[in-house]
Design a binder for this molecule. Structure first.
Ligand code: GTP
Length: 214
């Protein structure tokens, strides 16, 4: 069974490769900020983190699934989104050194929540794409009480600028996160066990997705 990862996230690709899946890649054509702003304006409310990541994961998967359906793709499309919540405020990637530094000074020695949304769509030639019941997962991260010098050095690597939460648990940031409660792959970018459940909900055997030589 073919798999398409509707994401530009290197971490999500790494996760699938680790579990035997070499996916086709497609970049979702979704303006995340505009989509969220439109929904929040229409509904007159701020979307809570779980809804925020769900909406975006679904939009990304559906965008790519629609494109692939037109070319006769037969397989599953996986979309994801991750946001970090600290003191009830949700954050995406910092993008700048200043914001990454600010984020670490706020979260060191404290807990935060990494929310990841998951959407899987079954694309079958000649049929309408079928979406599984999209799911958001959360994992609680406990950040070490890192020093200003460690923050400066970590920000200087550029790593925290491009990841939700301004930290990784599977790379340089791993030494600064004391523990995670929940599925660690939820923090990295998507919960693999959740993906398995969604794939099975669509009547597809998870093991039929294995296509990567170990
Ligand atoms: N390697 C790693 N990446 C992380 C971690 N936490 C968050 N991320 C990444 O932070 C990014 C969050 O941004 P998103 O908007 O969800 O995804 P993206 O990278 O923009 O990619 P798209 O799916 O194309 O939108 C994702 O790429 C996550 O994989 C972590 O602990 N480790």
């Amino acid at each position: 069974m073919q798999v398409c990862l509707a994401s530009t996230s290197p971490a999500r690709l790494m996760l699938l490769r680790q579990v035997g899946i070499e996916p086709r890649l497609a970049s979702p054509g979704v303006d995340e900020e505009a989509e969220i702003a439109a929904i929040e304006a229409a509904e007159g409310r701020t979307l809570p983190p779980a809804e925020h990541v769900l909406v975006l994961a679904r939009l990304k998967a559906r965008d790519v699934a629609t494109r692939l359906a037109e070319e006769g793709f037969d397989g599953v499309v996986i979309g994801g989104d991750s946001m970090f919540e600290l003191d009830g405020v949700i954050y995406g990637k910092p993008y700048t050194a200043e914001k990454a530094t600010e984020r670490w000074r706020a979260m060191r020695g404290r807990t935060g929540v990494l929310h990841s949304g998951h959407s899987v769509v079954r694309v079958t030639p000649g049929r309408e794409p079928r979406e599984a019941h999209a799911v958001a997962e959360a994992a609680v991260s406990f950040a070490a009480d890192v020093t200003d010098a460690e923050i400066a050095a970590y920000v200087g690597t550029g790593e925290p600028l491009q990841v939700a939460g301004a930290f990784t648990v599977d790379s340089l940031g791993g030494a600064f996160i004391e523990r995670v409660e929940g599925d660690p792959s939820t923090v990295v970018g998507m919960s693999l066990s959740t993906l398995r459940r969604l794939v099975r909900e669509l009547g597809v055997e998870w093991t039929s997705l294995w296509n990567r030589a170990s």
